[in-house]
Design a protein around this ligand. Structure first.
Ligand code: ATP
Ligand code: MG
Length: 358
């Protein structure tokens, strides 16, 4: 048994009812999230990175449907069976305990995760008091989901006092590089600059000591120094708490610094996945190779991903066969436009969906 396994995503499919029709922008995604490890997810805009990870906390728009055959398995310490959250309502007790508790989230748009009517400090204090307990060790909180609240009541864990939680808030704001944290803690989100709001949101997500952090392009809008500082903070907390991270980005340099494993998404599917070094040095899928092509050398990973020639097909017109065949320079005529490639393990833990590697 794999004791470090926290989340196992199996055949995840997410569809949307739209005015133009029914679309499936996430179609058959598989990956595992492990304690203390970072999974990087890369891919062009619209490839389904945000939708697929938002499904893990059921934070999806109303017109979204997670196909019932999908499995999103949360492993809990001590539990005989993992919890499949696919059938659970977004408002269920279990999902509310996961969201902001076991799973912390940082989004592309910082304003969306703040309430405008509470100070930044109060939002951290609220999250900390709801999800962290005065007496519990940080790791105890990582283990359980639905039973977390009942368990802690049984165990007699007291809520953290407001003063204690305020100290946590100030400390967290300092750690993400917000100066005058003692003052900022009393301000409202609109009183902060964009970059500061981004960092405050990161502070909120990290303050509850989640066992899994989903970071959706968390540093894109920040300058390089702050970005490095945030990545360093994430690594520190990862080492301290054994936190797992799902890190979504367009930036291969960031992936190389932070990810243990990389998943490359194209039109809602993972076309290649493998250990970071292995994937960067020996990419197999023509799409991954295209993404990496602009990087002059492996010592110069601080270059943004180039875009691959050709247009991304509309979600309403998903190509038959291999999803990438309309843009692929190595297309095998008669095969790629007709048959969807199976997933092949080219070397241990390195998977690719491409007819070139059958
Ligand atoms: N509310 C919605 N209604 C209908 N379709 C949606 C909705 N939200 C997202 N989609 C579809 O899902 C697809 C995947 O979107 P997603 O936001 O996951 O992409 P992404 O990989 O995160 O892109 P980016 O890099 O720009 O953030 C989009 O192309 C869009 O067609
Ligand atoms: Mg996105």
């Amino acid at each position: 048994m794999d004791n470090d396994l926290l989340i196992d995503v199996k055949n995840l499919r997410v569809s949307f009812h739209t005015d133009e029709g029914f679309i499936t922008p996430v179609d058959g995604v598989n990956y595992q999230v492990r304690r203390g490890k970072t999974l990087g997810i890369v891919g062009e805009s619209g490839s389904g990175k945000s939708v697929s990870t938002r499904a893990l906390t059921k934070l999806l728009p109303k017109n979204a449907v997670i196909e019932p055959t999908s499995q999103i398995l949360f492993y809990q310490n001590g539990a005989a069976q993992p919890l499949n959250i696919t059938p659970l309502s977004p408002n269920s007790k279990e999902i509310r305990a996961i969201r902001g508790g076991q799973v912390g989230m940082i989004f592309q748009e910082p304003m969306a995760s703040f309430s405008p009517v509470y100070t930044v400090g109060n939002q951290i204090i609220e999250a900390v008091r709801q999800h962290r307990h005065a007496a519990a060790s940080p790791l105890a909180a990582t283990a359980t989901i639905g039973s977390q609240i009942d368990e802690s009541i049984r165990a007699g864990n007291k809520k953290m006092s407001k003063l204690e939680a305020r100290d946590v808030a100030v400390d967290m704001l300092e750690r993400v590089g917000i100066g005058n944290a003692g003052l900022r803690v009393n301000q409202y989100p609109h009183e902060l600059s964009g970059g500061m709001r981004q960092r405050a949101m990161i502070a909120v997500a990290l303050s509850t000591h989640p066992s899994v952090l989903i970071a959706d392009e968390p540093t894109t809008a920040l300058d390089v120094t702050i970005q490095a500082q945030i990545l360093e903070l994430m690594r520190e907390l990862q080492a301290e708490l054994g936190m797992a991270i799902i890190f979504i980005t367009h930036d291969m340099g960031v992936i190389a610094q932070i990810a243990d494993e990389v998943a490359v998404m194209y039109l809602g599917a993972i076309v290649e996945r493998g250990p970071t070094r292995e994937l960067i040095e020996d990419a197999r899928h023509p799409y991954t190779r295209g993404l990496l092509a602009a990087i002059p050398s492996l010592d110069r990973l601080d270059t943004r991903l180039s875009s691959v020639p050709g247009d991304i097909p509309s979600p309403l017109e998903r190509p038959a066969g291999c999803l990438f065949h309309t843009r692929c320079p190595h297309r095998i005529d008669g095969t790629c436009e007709r048959f969807a490639p199976e997933r092949t393990e080219v070397v241990p833990n390195h998977f690719v969906r491409c007819h070139l590697y059958r």
